[in-house]
Design a binder for this molecule. Structure first.
Ligand code: GLU
Length: 512
């Protein structure tokens, strides 16, 4: 039976646009399950819908999975013994299996034109192409096989439809949902193949490939659950029931602020990406934001997505990929949809940034510094790393580093008017001039030592602590925020600190 076979799973996206974040989660769960079981992860490109094919989408899928570290064992790029891994290259195979169903009477030819179908839908309320209607349609069952062959020989376009017998209870064994039973009367005679482009539809190609590729578990989004009974019937029609894969339908990703499926519009509306990488639509030229470009770390995205619909059984949240591989289980997947809490996504990113060594963050910061015109070579690696270390508790994204730590690299040229009004009094320039002497006299610039001396000077002179320290900060940072003042001056050093106080005295004009 399926469960004692080698674990072979597949991620089977259609290259119809950028991979949605829900698709990424499906890929991730397949990957975790494969790795946990020493199994094989297949990437199959389901490009049988030629009308919806979008150039660049396949490369995008590969790039996104690579960025996230979701490794593929068999696929178009990786090769493997079960190829080709792109459905448009498997036409010969599908033709064979379509013929098998036709020969065994499990499928039939149909010639109804789109116009005829449309007219029928208008005429018959809730029309469904099935046992109750098929004999009133134009197909090899109503016309007879000889007549059908004649039409085909005369060049008429046709489709092949699956013959669904009504009133049978079909059971889908789902490892999250248990047995899902539906009656076959609600299934229509699905189109399996179209002669117009000599391509199978999703249903046929999917079943044939899962069988031939010896897939053990079909792990996919909940939106495919309604198709699963049809798939079970197809396995049966082919005589493959014994090796039918186990089904796993993952819970939907829901809108952050309510019910319903997460959509691209939610991302636009609330300001978060729904795609792993930035996507440039080749037709419209529209650009959609991506997690990578928004400054997310791939390991944070993986951790965040893993917990959307699964939990480790306790309240642990920060889990490395190795831990996820070890802990993942279908038993702890939820049936209910998972709310897409993008604020939580930010939180994960923050946690992963905090856990990263300062040196590594410094390397990520360098290109950002350069983009802001900083001559990075003027600063030692140690300086950059220490600056990053002082602000990293305040950032959610690497990109926030500029806002938080830019002043370590560029002295302020403008000063916050609001802070000037509040902290720069008439006597401030004179006090700051004294401060220059105090700083100049410091023998030890380390944070605590400098702080002791400066605070003593403030209290000996009876100055207002808050005003003096904030005016000091204003000259060095440009505004009244940032890390501990004496941590800043320790890193900047005496000379730079004094230069900034001087420049502040010259340029900050008291408004009173
Ligand atoms: N090609 C389908 C998709 O785009 C695959 C669904 C499945 O995994 O069966 O999601």
């Amino acid at each position: 039976m399926a469960n004692t076979r080698n674990v072979r799973v597949r991620f089977a996206p259609s290259p119809t646009g950028p991979l949605h974040i829900g698709g990424v989660r499906t890929a991730l769960y397949n990957y975790l399950f494969a790795r946990q079981n020493g199994g094989t992860m297949i990437l199959r490109i389901e490009d049988t819908d030629s009308n919806r094919f979008v150039p660049g989408a396949e490369d995008y899928i590969n790039e996104a999975l690579a960025w996230l570290g979701i490794g593929i064992d068999e696929g178009v790029r990786e090769g493997g013994d079960f190829g080709p891994y792109k459905q448009s290259e498997r036409r010969d195979i599908y033709r064979r299996y379509v013929k098998q169903l036709l020969d065994s009477g499990r499928a039939y030819y149909a010639f109804d034109t789109p116009e005829e179908l449309e007219a029928k839908r208008k005429e018959v309320p809730n029309f469904q192409y099935d046992a109750s209607t098929r004999l009133s349609m134009r197909n090899s069952l109503s016309l007879g096989l000889d007549e059908a062959r004649k039409l085909i020989d005369a060049g008429e376009k046709y489709v092949v439809r699956f013959l669904v017998e009504p009133n049978r209870d079909v059971t889908v064994h789902d490892l999250i949902r248990g047995d899902v039973v539906i009656n076959s009367k609600i299934i229509d005679d699905k189109v399996l193949y179209k002669s117009a482009d000599d391509l199978p539809t999703y249903h046929l190609a999917n079943i044939v490939d899962d069988h031939l590729m010896e897939v053990s578990h079909v792990i996919r989004g909940e939106e495919w659950l309604p198709s699963a009974p049809l798939h079970v019937l197809l396995y049966e029609a082919f005589g493959w029931t014994d090796t039918m894969p186990a089904f796993v339908h993952l819970p939907l990703l829901l809108k952050p602020d309510g019910k319903g499926k997460l959509s691209k519009r939610d991302g636009d509306r609330l300001g978060f990406p729904v795609f792993p990488l930035e996507w440039h639509d080749p037709k419209s030229g529209d650009v959609s934001s991506g997690y990578r470009e928004a400054g997310y770390l791939p390991e944070a995205v993986v951790n965040f997505l893993a917990l959307l619909g699964w939990n480790p059984g306790d309240d642990r949240e920060i889990l490395s990929i190795d831990e996820l591989i070890q802990l993942f289980s279908f038993e702890h997947c939820s049936r209910a949809g998972a709310k897409f809490d993008f604020e939580k996504g930010k939180w994960f990113n923050h946690q992963y940034l905090l856990a990263k060594p300062d040196e590594e963050l410094a390397e990520l910061f360098k290109p950002i510094l350069a983009a802001h015109g900083v001559e990075v070579a003027r600063f030692s690696d140690e300086y950059i790393a220490r600056a990053v270390g002082l602000v990293k508790s305040r950032i959610s994204f690497v990109g926030d580093l500029w806002e938080q730590a830019g002043f370590f690299f560029v002295a302020p040229t403008e000063y916050s008017p609001k802070d000037i009004r509040k902290r720069w009094k008439e006597d401030t320039p004179a006090i700051m001039t004294q401060l220059i002497d105090v700083v100049n006299g410091l023998e030890d610039m380390t944070s605590k030592a400098a702080e002791d001396v400066v605070l003593k000077w403030i209290s000996d002179n009876g100055y207002h602590l808050g005003n003096v320290m904030n005016a000091f900060r204003l000259t060095v940072v440009g505004e009244c925020r940032g890390p501990h003042m004496f941590d800043i001056t320790e890193l900047m050093g005496k000379e730079e600190t004094i230069a900034r106080i001087k420049r502040g005295i010259e340029n900050i004009k008291c408004e009173e």
